[in-house]
Write a protein that binds this ligand. Sequence first.
Ligand code: F6R
Length: 365
Amino acid sequence: TKAGYPHFMLKEINEQPQAISDTLLRRIDKNNNLILDDIRLDEDEIQKIKDIYIVACGTAYNAGLIGKYIIENLANLRVRVDIASEFRYNKQFINENTLVILVSQSGETADTLAAQKLAKTKGCRILSITNVVGSSVARNSDDVFYTLAGPEIAVASTKAYTTMLVAFYMIGVELAKLKQEISIEDYHNIVEKLKKLPQKVKETLSVEKKCIEIAEKIKNSKSAFYIGRGLDDSVGKEGALKLKEISYIYTESFAAGELKHGTIALIEKDTPVIAVVTQDKLLDKTMSNIQEVKARGAYTIIITDKHIEDVKNYADDVIQIPEVYDMFSSILAVIPAQFIAYYTSIKKGNDVDKPRNLAKSVTVE
Ligand code: F6R
């Protein structure tokens, strides 16, 4: 049931603090150690791993982009992210020394299962991140991380995505420890930062009202854009997918630095451009990109956890989210994107839980 909410999507957005807490807190012991009991990679096995491939579709792929950043930066391992439907047709460099991480809410996506089959024939170690216990993806994996988000009914994924991010955060930290890329002290400090996330996600839900106003302003736009750099670009990819799939507004996301190489030509008066700005080291660069689109008449919205000086010179609207460790900010930054998508769809009178032409589980290739 919808538990009093008008739609499953709104219910599932609001369930995120609980879902994230279920995924995270029961896997942390009282001494700030992670307990990943379905993952049996140990110190010897991790030494064998030379490359990681993350393979998934849609929102799960977008979560994988964040996973790549986390694992590369924490565990110092090379990671490639492939779209599952492309994986079999790309040139692969996979063997017994490859860890393939499959990400799938349902665990039944046909393309992801086909990629799994190929990875198995090449002898790769397979770790899956899935929400459905006993699903096909889970059954054929060496290691499983269950996201424990509870059933997700709305076609547009929300809590499955944020709990996938939690999975990557935890796996990244654990791999870093196993590979001795971080000290035990750093390990415990990062776990301490992780523990703050459910509460911070809860606080972030208060952006809802601001997002309703923004939805009103963009509902008649024919196109919209997300921009950002690094992790913020990856959040933008998920924000764009959410907005297009339920509002039917053509939305793309761009690495902010790419604007001047082509896409800035698309900016017209009042074109909505949503910038995600959460990474300290990239802040100045992204701000100058926002100025470029604003100068061309864009309606600019900034999602940020920073206190940006003179932000009104850059942004027509600012969505302020709580500040957390930069590496974990994506899990908060996506929440306004989910609300904006939801309310824009509602205001357009669309069937938000069952958008046209889409199915929840894609069991054909
Ligand atoms: C978008 C969405 C889809 C799924 C994709 C993969 O909101 O939900 O893009 O993420 O179809 O599904 P799973 O994760 O079940 O493999």
